[in-house]
Design a protein around this ligand. Structure first.
Ligand SMILES: [Zn+2]
Length: 213
């Protein structure tokens, strides 16, 4: 009897340990979430998506670069609630430093404004870099993005697509694009084809859909 009990306990410990010991592929460093930020988000989502959205069901991961700054300065920038024009500030759920340090700056299904047309369904990762428009993201950032996207894909089976901000037009074949304001768009080149190819090489076999670089 005791032997069976010990065996069961050992089995429980054996199977329980990997999950408990699993490291999150990011550190939490949240920006404050205020009533005012919610109000600005409500205004933005109502105007651009036709309904109030505070929580997203992630269907895509969109990868960016910051075009400058540091991990800290970009978080400081996203800390602000409005953009200076009275509309919701831009932000992404994650920021990755040059050394691969990944910060989650808000709960990952919170609505964030990081890519026109897809914010209602996309989790954003900002990578610090793209200085002077150069494709300068690091190997450590690539590895950190791969780890995070694998984590998100496992957590949210609804995620099917990974694309770079510059692939926003190609990604319209997903049918996810929604934008109610005519002519509201912007040209983007982040995070560049080299980084997207690197992600594709390591993640496409997981069943995630990428677009030609
Ligand atoms: Zn971007």
């Amino acid at each position: 009897m005791n032997k069976i009990f010990v065996t069961i306990c050992a089995a429980i410990i054996f199977f329980a340990t990997p999950a408990q010991a699993e490291e999150m592929p990011f550190l939490d460093n949240f920006i404050p979430w205020t009533i005012h930020r919610n109000q600005l988000g409500d205004e933005y989502t109502l105007r651009h998506y036709g309904k109030v959205i505070r929580e997203i069901v992630p269907q895509a991961v969109v990868v960016h670069w910051t075009a400058g700054g540091t991990l800290e300065s970009n978080r400081d920038f996203f800390y602000g609630e409005d953009r200076g024009d009275g509309t919701l500030n831009v932000a992404s759920q994650f920021i990755c430093g040059r050394d691969g340090t990944m910060w989650r700056i808000m709960p990952e299904t919170n609505f964030a404004r990081h890519i026109i047309g897809y914010n209602h369904c996309a989790i954003g990762i900002e990578n610090v870099g793209g200085y002077d428009g150069n494709e300068d993201l690091t190997d450590a950032q690539l590895a950190a993005n791969v780890r995070l996207i694998k984590y998100l894909h496992a957590k949210y089976p609804t995620i099917k697509y990974v694309f770079g901000h510059y692939q926003q037009d190609a990604a319209r074949v997903t049918g996810l694009y929604i934008e109610n304001v005519a002519g509201y768009r912007s040209y983007k080149n982040d995070p560049g084809p080299i980084f997207m190819r690197g992600l594709r090489n390591q993640l496409e076999s997981d069943g995630l859909i990428f677009f030609d670089e």
